[in-house]
Design a protein around this ligand. Structure first.
Ligand code: FDA
Length: 308
């Protein structure tokens, strides 16, 4: 119930505007967001790299409504890719197609993300663009874009998709993407979806996560398992050990500021660990989805509201 309310609030444009402009809002978002500027993301990335963790940087923003906004977002990502390379960071980038203008003009979004993938593939060392998955209204289009980009030989291996285990269609999508050699990030899914398209009970979402995780780990392609769920992690570790899958054949991924203890312990055990680091001024929908996942986070946020 609370999850549904928080997810609905995450979609409110009015609240988003108020929250993102307020000083208090900026302070509380700091628990889950590196900061508002590119320099903040680079500083946090450097610290995480020094601690042995790799990173995926996300410039916060989604559902832009003008071609100009989309162009600016793409320009910031270009700068980000250049800086990560120039500073020798162990970090790739995560991007949302609606941030690149998918709602404005699909061709425009394709052009922007295509130029980012081309840039990533031409850097030395080469880098990688992960196309985040948004709500089910975008699933088909997002996967089509990733497939189309990956079909270009020079892009192979430098662009990847995200699959959400709550989606009923995901098993078929995973089979298709694996057939094309596309790298996948597996997560549970963060949006409110109707029962026709998504499993609702946590047990079903988790069971599908485990089923899909096994498909990924057996594929011989380098994938990411994005979760903070200790049960999912235990299942993945156990499967990898039983099937003799090397610890560097895949990576675990977690969000910045969440389960830092688990991030460290996995790394110490010799598993690969990547932290998803969001930065930027448009943090409101991201923060609200994190609160929806764990309403106890709302208490943390509330406490910060009253801290001097
Ligand atoms: P689950 O929600 O079942 O939580 C299991 C346990 O993890 C909780 O009991 C708690 O201990 C801890 N936990 C989970 N969320 C927490 C939080 N917010 N704060 C504190 N503790 C928390 N989604 C999507 O739809 N598209 C995408 O592209 C991505 N990308 C992505 C990248 C990365 C690196 C991660 C880690 C996650 C995503 N997600 C995502 C979000 C994902 O779909 C999902 O909503 C969250 O990861 C929460 O699910 P868990 O697997 O952690 O399990």
């Amino acid at each position: 119930m609370l999850r549904a309310v928080l997810i609905s609030l995450s979609e409110s444009r009015a609240l988003r505007g108020i929250a993102e402009r307020s000083a208090i809002g900026q302070r509380v978002s700091g628990r889950f967001v590196a900061g508002t500027e590119l320099e903040d993301a680079l500083r946090v990335t450097k610290n995480l790299n020094t601690a042995g963790l790799s990173v995926s940087v996300d410039n916060l923003g989604e559902n832009v409504t003008t071609a100009d906004e989309a162009r600016q977002s793409a320009a910031l990502y270009r700068q980000l890719l250049s800086e990560l390379s120039a500073q020798g960071m162990n970090a790739n980038v995560s991007v949302k197609l609606t941030h690149m203008g998918l709602d404005v003009d699909p061709d425009l979004a394709f052009m922007h993300v295509s130029s980012l993938v081309a840039q990533a593939a031409s850097l030395r060392p080469k880098n990688f663009v992960r196309v985040d998955m948004e709500s089910s209204a975008y699933t088909q289009r997002t996967l089509e874009v990733v497939r189309k980009l990956h079909q270009q030989p020079e892009n192979r291996g430098f662009v990847g998709a995200v699959i959400q285990s709550y989606m009923r269609r995901s098993e078929a999508d995973v089979a298709d993407l694996l057939g094309q050699g596309i790298r996948i990030r597996l997560c549970k899914g963060a949006y409110k979806e109707p029962p026709e398209v998504a499993f609702q009970p946590k047990a079903e979402v988790d069971a599908n996560y485990i089923r899909l995780m096994k498909m990924l780990l057996k594929s011989g392609i380098y994938h990411g398992l994005a979760t903070h769920d200790e049960n999912m992690i235990r299942e993945a570790k156990g499967f990898a050990i039983r099937e003799n899958i090397a610890r560097d054949a895949f990576e675990f991924q977690m969000l910045y500021g969440i389960r830092r203890d688990l991030q460290q312990s996995l790394m110490r055990e010799g598993w690969r660990m990547r932290v998803y680091v969001p930065f930027g001024t448009e943090w409101y929908p991201y923060l609200m989805r994190r609160l929806a996942e764990r309403p106890a986070n709302a208490i943390f946020v509330a406490k910060n509201l009253f801290r001097k």
